[in-house]
Design a protein around this ligand. Sequence first.
Ligand code: GYE
Length: 306
Amino acid sequence: SESGGGSEAGGGGGDAIVMGFSQVGAESGWRTANTKSVQDSAKEAGITLKFSDAQQKQENQIKAIRSYIQQKVDVIAFSPVVESGWDTVLKEAQGANIPVILTDRAVDSADTSLYKTFLGSDFVEEGKKAGQWLVEEYKDASDTVNIVELQGTTGSAPANDRKSGFAEVIGADPKFKIIASQTGDFTRAKGKEVMEAFLKAHPDIDVLYAHNDDMGLGAIEAIEGAGKVPGKDIKIITVDAVKDGMQALADGKINYIVECSPLLGPQLMDLAKKVVAGESVPARVVTEETTFTQEQAKEALPSRQY
Ligand code: GYE
């Protein structure tokens, strides 16, 4: 492996640790910030990074992981686009004695020995926080609250969990009705397109719950295009809190954002060093996160990094 120049990098007879990282894609502002965090932190930690972008396709990630196995990297890290279907390739990595770290998203493999740890957010909790805001916002209302939902990438951990956490909380009160729910693939373009269809089919939407800021931002364009006022005629809740989302929140077009931090790089590099050195690491490392109202967004915006 190449020398990365970091004095702490080890595990391979003094050479820098080589990490193969398979990223989901470049679908959102969150993802761009996450990629930068991983790349910057690898440099900082003296870890040689082999990086690939799977363009939201599982087959591309499997190919990338197989090529990292062939190249005999020291550690593989990846953010699995969907939860299912990883056992075969993870067994190949295990057979080659290459430790695997899940970052950001989880897999549903029953055999948890196939990876060393999972670093990332608690997406169920994020969905619950979104639901709790809604329950509070409509606590004095007795009429039905019509909700439309823009889901993340079908089969992905954040889409599955943000949906179930939210449904659990609002399910306690029958006045909350999800009248439409479809994937917008975590992108602005798809969020806009699906919201346009929702608006045509349902003249009576009260609330939009979007699984990320980007889909929410696309939906805002659709809402304005339909002559309605986002944040007023239709209340909007999103997840992530990237800069563009925070700006829309401060401008009153979004009503509430549940934070999901993309800055996983420093913790990932620490975990990688430990795993390569054969040290034990916790099976689960959960990211710390908050929520933002419109007022809080105005305060936080000037110092927001991403
Ligand atoms: O919320 C979304 C991105 O996996 C947590 O993926 C991540 C999600 C994030 O595309 O914006």
